[in-house]
Structures are given as structure tokens and as C-alpha cells.
Ligand binder design. Sequence first.
Ligand code: MFK
Length: 229
Amino acid sequence: MLRSCLARLRTLGALRGPRGGARPPATDTGPALRLFSSEEVILKDYSVPNPSWSKDLRLLYDQYMKKCEDGSWKRLPSYRDVAHLDSKLIKEEQMPQARIFIRSYEDGLGFEFVMFHNDVEKKTVCLFQGGPYLQGLSGWLHGGAMATMIDITSGMAASIGERIVTANLNIDFKRPVPLYSVVVINSQLYKAEGRKLFVSCDVRSVDGKTLYAEATSLFVKLDPEKSST
Ligand SMILES: CCCCCCCCCC(=O)SCCNC(=O)CCNC(=O)[C@H](O)C(C)(C)COP(=O)(O)OP(=O)(O)OC[C@H]1O[C@@H](n2cnc3c(N)ncnc32)[C@H](O)[C@@H]1OP(=O)(O)O
């Protein structure tokens, strides 16, 4: 039953959620996507403010929500469980505990972020605050955590709603990122060539003055004719 409902929602695009639009109601848990009124399946959208968000993150969030008002930018909702439900690669009943790892920490401990997408400019911006469980060297964010966020943000710039994978990711780490600080990840699709999507990305401080990292990446659209396993 759930599978058929999800398939229907996928067709309607509902699982990708309300991209942008009206500002979500400010609640402790954030707005939820109710799949069916008759079923207890509610997906919580995590890309809205929670009490762990710093002032910097909230201010930037408000600035980008303003940019959404004319429709040029859309806030991208983010769910904990949707990817595996929405994937044709695995069967959800085989991996009931699977979750998206960047959403698997409790509020404030891991990856706090929200993404905004501009479809005309092919840009995705991620406002990211790294929590204490992402520590690498003392007091700094682990480079792998940064790489994860660069990957996901670049992937969104490459293609929203299509089945793509990262084929190649090159990162120059320029400065260590202090734990708990907010950074702005700017990514842009600059070339599409057949199934290949090329994205550039940089990571900067909130004031834009500090360049933390630069990256380029290649995403490849999965070929439905080929087996991915
Ligand atoms: C909805 C938005 C989602 C946003 C988030 C997305 C982020 C996802 C983050 C991930 O964690 S993805 C998981 C990590 N990545 C993988 O597991 C990918 C594993 N690799 C593969 O599955 C395959 O190698 C791949 C699909 C990338 C390519 O295999 P295919 O057999 O489909 O294609 P093929 O090998 O024919 O390559 C297609 C083109 O890409 C090129 N290519 C593939 N891999 C490349 C590579 N590594 N470097 C450069 N070019 C590469 C390849 O040369 C070729 O170019 P041409 O068309 O010009 O001939």
C-alpha cells in the first residue's frame, strides 16, 4: 500500500516537496509533508530553523527566503527518509533503518543546513553549520564532512529530481573551517554534455571574505539500460 502511494506521489512530484513558495510556519519541528490523511506517514522537513541554529544561520536563511519571494530562488525541503523510499536501487523493506546520513543526527549535533536553488542560473546555495559530532582536528570541521556537503550541494546544482551519481569530486581545502561556524556553499552547473554534468563550487565564510574550499565535480546521469549493481 505504502509503495503504491509513494509511487503515486512520485508521479505528482510531491515527494520532492514544495520547492520554495510560501514561508513555512515557524514551529519547533518544522513543517511536515503529510503523505496521506488516512495514514500515519508524515515526513518532517528538516531544512527549516530549529533552536540549534546560530544567529548567522537564521539571518542568512531569512535573506534567502526573501529572495524566494519573486520565485527566482526556491528553498529545497529535506527529509530524513525520502531518498531510500524514492530510490529504485534498493527496496525499502530490505533496509528499514536506512536514512540519509546527513540527516541522521539530532538537532545541532551534525549537519544543520538548508539549500536554495535557482533554476535559471543553475545555482544551488547551501547554508551549513557543522555541529560537534563532525569534528576532525580539535575545534575544526572534518574535511570529510565538508566534502559531503560540497557533494550534495553540487549534486543539487547538477540535477534536481534526476537519478545522478557523483563520478568525480576534486576539492582544494584552503582554510580549516571552525566547528559550529556557518559557511556558505555556492555551486553552479557550468556544463552539460550528454549524461555528464559538470559543477563548480566554493565554500566561503558568511561575510564572503574567507575562502575555505574550492571544488569541481562531475555527476553522471544513471543509464536506465545499465545495471548499477
Ligand atoms: C536528486 C539530487 C541528488 C543530489 C545528490 C547527489 C549526490 C550523490 C552523492 C553520492 O553519494 S553518489 C555515490 C558515489 N558515487 C558512486 O557510487 C558512483 C559509482 N560509479 C558508477 O556508478 C559509474 O562509474 C558511473 C555511473 C559514474 C558511470 O558508469 P556508466 O557505465 O553509467 O557510464 P560510463 O562509464 O559509460 O561513463 C559515462 C561518461 O562519464 C564519463 N565518466 C564516468 N566516470 C568518470 C570519472 N570518474 N571521471 C571522468 N569521467 C567519467 C565517461 O568517460 C563517459 O564519458 P563519455 O560519455 O564522454 O564517453
